[in-house]
Design a protein around this ligand. Structure first.
Ligand code: ZN
Length: 176
């Protein structure tokens, strides 16, 4: 496994629409393993194809799990391929989101509380799930990446303006 180079704001690849994964090939398995390594090595809870320069509809998530001692711990990484989200709940919730492509920037994002997902796992099986809470949140964030959407597109103008100096700093650090 290898750690891949992260793409950060405002790399144009983060704004492109990713294409479906055609089949689970050894190359896709290797990509998924490298993405897991990259995400875990960066202490992330999610990582999507475009963030490592691959315009493919694949992302990795780590759900949180309740441990025996009552604390939340990170669950095992899961590979989500060609997801389709549907039936978002009318109830929306606000949660703070960070992003490996927007290092150090944390913004409140309002999204549906519950959503349905259909996706392919690394074995090539289709899986359907109703998602709630943290799992729904991470999945919606990563799915946005497949469509070229970032957290800063989902905040109001005032918040976006507040984030501007931070965005400029990221740009300067990684793209100058
Ligand atoms: Zn992100």
């Amino acid at each position: 496994m290898a750690k891949l180079a992260l793409r950060r704001y405002d790399d144009p690849i983060l704004r492109k629409k990713a294409v479906s994964v055609e089949a689970i090939t050894p190359a896709i398995e290797r990509l998924a393993a490298d993405m897991v390594e990259t995400m875990v090595g960066s202490n992330g809870v999610g990582l999507a194809g475009p963030q490592i320069g691959q315009l493919l509809r694949i992302f990795i998530i780590r759900d949180e799990m309740l441990a025996e001692d009552g604390n939340y711990v990170m669950g095992p990484p899961e590979v989500i391929i060609n997801p389709t989200l549907s039936s978002p709940s009318e109830e929306k919730v606000s949660m703070v989101e960070g992003c490996l492509s927007l290092p150090g920037l944390y913004v409140d994002v309002i999204r549906p509380k519950v959503i349905h997902v259909r996706y392919m796992n690394l074995k090539g099986e289709w899986v359907e799930e109703m998602l709630d809470g943290f799992r729904a949140r991470v999945t919606m964030h990563e799915n946005d990446h497949l469509n070229g959407v970032l957290t800063i597109d989902r905040i109001d103008k005032r918040e976006r303006k507040k984030a501007e100096p931070h965005l400029l700093a990221i740009k300067k650090k990684y793209h100058s």
